[in-house]
Design a protein around this ligand. Structure first.
Ligand code: PLP
Length: 407
């Protein structure tokens, strides 16, 4: 049973007061809060096990190496990959995209080749590919419909024999839209192109199975799913990862080094130059245990209910405009909105006075905001510890803000 009261007890930060009010944390799309189990794992690691991995034959090093490898396996299993040989642990989704850029696209895409991405992408899934434009790779964009869904017919128009990569966000961090990535993947594969999924807003919030999607690359951030900052993962199909060259070179990622050449280490270690983020990744595994205990289906259902309730209550506020689809089967728990002509930064500041943490700005999706003819929006995003009561309080605060700004 999903018990939000019990879950909330695991998050010490939720007891904090902000400007004398109870914290209502609605910026989960940026990063999530951390349960005490994850914090305890970090403490335990440094108090009992800390040592560098794969380098010592003494007990501490063997323990930390084993814990680190277990974390890899846990991440792999969570998204149904075929073990850690299909995973690279990274600091965040941006780093994952850059590995695809420098270790795959750099060697495999040439002048005239094409990449298709979309207008609703986070900059993490746009800016890396712009580097390839400098060498003559064409970057094309699928547009959006008025309701914030992808204009699927654009794929048929944009895809050609030269398309090598289709890069798409699974769940938009602004519109909340859940994109039909399986369908998009099929189109990619029918044209011998690869599918890359930005899963930063899906893996933390719903069951995601890389085999079912049949994606070639999938990137997500651990810190958005209860793990410490500095954690994330890149999934790559093994037959592709085996043929990718590491772009970070130095120690640990090698098997043998001679004066003028080196042989790479086995997967996945060849993508980890130097000492990795050992403690945080071990705590990443604890975050996965925590989510699995709740069940990802239950996580999704809870957020869906909250989103449905929030959309209904928000739509009752005059002059409040919601961006993205209104059908909760088609969207995740991210709601971007504007309230009359109140500047989103001013609105977030007023909400902060109520102890409510929201985000305002372009949410690292400037092309999307330009497309929507918006300079900025305010965003509320939910997670497992948010409640209906918090949404009521949020709605109350929005109504009060409307009064303050005389809407
Ligand atoms: C859809 C999407 N992609 C990528 C990112 C980038 O994540 P990170 O900052 O962890 O690299 C985010 C986070 O804001 C996101 O929402």
């Amino acid at each position: 049973m999903f018990d939000v009261k019990k879950i909330r007890k695991d998050f010490p930060i939720l007891n904090r007061k902000i400007h004398g009010k109870k914290l209502v944390y609605l910026d989960n799309a940026a990063t999530s809060q951390k349960p005490k189990q994850v914090i305890q794992t970090l403490k335990d690691f440094y108090e009992k096990h800390n040592a560098n991995i794969h380098r010592g034959v003494y007990v501490l090093s063997e323990e930390s190496s084993q814990m680190y490898e277990d974390a890899y396996e846990k991440v792999a299993k969570f998204i149904n990959a075929d073990g850690m040989e299909e995973i690279v642990l990274v600091r965040n989704t941006n780093e994952a995209m850059n590995i695809v850029l420098y270790s795959w696209a750099w060697d495999n895409l040439k002048k005239g080749d094409e990449i298709i991405t979309t207008m609703m992408e986070h900059h993490a899934n746009i800016v890396p590919w712009q580097l390839l434009e400098k060498r003559g790779v064409k970057l094309k964009y699928v547009d959006i419909n008025d309701n914030g869904t992808l204009r699927m017919e654009d794929y048929n128009k944009l895809i050609t024999r030269k398309t090598r990569l289709i890069a798409v966000v699974h769940v938009s961090n602004v519109l909340g839209t859940i994109n039909p990535i399986k369908k998009i993947g099929k189109m990619a594969h029918d044209h011998d192109a690869k599918l890359l999924v930005d899963a930063a807003q899906s893996v933390p919030h719903m069951p995601v199975d890389v085999k079912e999607i049949n994606c070639d690359f999938l990137a997500f951030s651990g810190h958005k799913m209860l793990a410490p900052t500095g954690t994330g993962a890149l999934f790559v199909k093994k037959e592709i990862l085996e043929n990718m060259q590491p772009f970070m070179r130095g120690s640990a990622m090698i098997k043998e080094v001679y004066l003028h050449e080196a042989k790479w280490n086995d997967l996945p270690w060849r993508f980890e130059a130097g000492t990795p983020n050992i403690a945080d990744n071990i705590a990443f595994a604890t975050a996965i245990d925590y989510l699995q205990k709740i069940g990802m289906r239950n996580v999704r259902d809870h957020e869906k209910q909250l989103t449905k309730y929030a959309l209904k209550r928000m739509s009752e506020i005059k002059q409040l405009k919601i961006y993205g689809p209104l059908d909760t089967d088609k969207r995740g728990g991210v709601i971007a909105f504007t309230l009359g002509d109140i500047h989103p930064h001013d609105l977030s500041t007023v909400l902060d006075d109520f102890g409510i943490a929201t985000r305002s700005g372009h949410h690292c999706a400037m092309p999307l905001h330009n497309r929507l003819k918006l300079a900025a929006s305010t965003r509320a995003s939910f997670y497992i510890y948010n409640t209906k009561e918090e949404i009521d309080y949020f709605i109350d605060a929005l109504n009060k803000a409307a009064k303050v700004f005389r809407l």
